[in-house]
Design a protein around this ligand. Sequence first.
Ligand SMILES: CC(C)[C@H](C(=O)O)[C@@H](O)C(=O)O
Ligand code: SF4
Length: 476
Amino acid sequence: MGTIDNGQGKTLAEKIWDRHRIVDIDGEQLLYLDNLLVHEGSSHAFEALNALGKHVYRPDQIIACSDHYLPTVGRERGVEGIADPAIRNMILRLGENVRRHGIRYFGPEDPNQGILHVVAPEQGITQPGLLIGGADSHTTTHGAFGCLAFGIGASDARHVLATQTLWLRRPKTMRVRLVGEAAPYVSAKDINLALIALLGAGGALGHIIEYAGPAVTRMSMEQRMTLCNMAVEAGGRAGIVAPDETTYAYLKGRPFAPAAKEWRQAVAYWRTLPSDDNAVFDREVTLDLHEVSPTVTWGTSPEHALGIGGHLPDPAAIEDDDQRQEVAAALDYMGLTAGAPLTSIKIDRVFIGSCTNGRIEDLRAAAGIAFRGRVKVPSWVVPGSTSVKRQAEREGLDKIFINAGFEWRDAGCSLCTAINGDVLAEGERCASTSNRNFRGRQGVNGRTHLVSPVMAAAAALTGYLTDVRSFGETIL
Ligand SMILES: CC(C)[C@H](C(=O)O)[C@@H](O)C(=O)O
Ligand code: SF4
């Protein structure tokens, strides 16, 4: 990426990188960050800074959210009322650090509290052309707006807090072209899972993935966010989508978006950002959406994904030793029998939420299935933010979920990563709209099947992994 002018065009990511580069020393480049996103888990970075007696250099460019640790029930008792001291203290520590440094905080009492990757876009903080760091791997989500956004570790976060800059090596670039039309009920989540199955969970390692092609242009901003959210599950450093009229329409009028004359100037700049026609990517991949059906994961990596009409793999049929052992171990952990149809898998719980699929369009889609019946297993809906929750309530979606027997909870990460007290019982099997199905992520020996919101709602109503297409067309 970018220091040599060889007559080639530039990619979108290269344009943003170059504009934020301060200096290049032996291939390592110092970049200026427009924003840093932090959550309760970032206390170590703050405390390392405090221990050095340093200040946050650009407090108004840091955004903090309470999301990972905040309980999704009992909020009326306040943070002091949280029974578990480990959880309570993490939230209190973030509160102390943001106050000490004067940082914008979407905390437990804020009417727009929520998951950082839901809150920053809906507030209009995430904008095209920015360079955004986040102390969280799913910061890739923000690339949906045509900005360069990636997760960073705690020591890098401390460096950004102190200087608003970061040393990085330039990643490679990869373009994923999505062509063809997606069938009904095939959403960005299914496309992600199919793509990760194709590339492998490390398939995009060290690359920024630009999602392009007609199918991406047709996607809503929320679908694009779902797409970029899981770039990291393919090993990608970032995911990015060219900004266009859909992006500008979404941003216009949001609290932190530019207004009036500044809006016009911003849009004029944003229009220069898309990759040049003669830009060259290190890798090119094409996925035809005709080939994608509603997809589920069966194993312990997001690459263990298959169309719902499929059968579990059979290790005996796999020649490669390592692969055979990996598949056998995943089936064993998941408590599943080789060769069985995916639709024979009985589930114990359903979770609809997370920064992948906890936005209003996700809830609308899930409600479109939920109102066809009653849940057969305990099922939760956890909106991605308090403003998503309010909007859903304005539309009556909460009533649909509650009438169908779902629990309607407060916003946060919740069962996606199970550190706020929302956790599976030992060995439980969950159909989940989140993004990671790693061993034990949702609880001790918990088994996670990643699915889209409509597939999660279908599983809730039947108690099995189910092909949502069997519900016919949505009529909500
Ligand atoms: C806790 C946090 C640092 C972590 C991340 O970086 O992604 C979490 O959000 C996750 O999804 O696993
Ligand atoms: S919702 Fe899940 S994936 Fe997203 S930030 Fe929270 S824990 Fe991470």
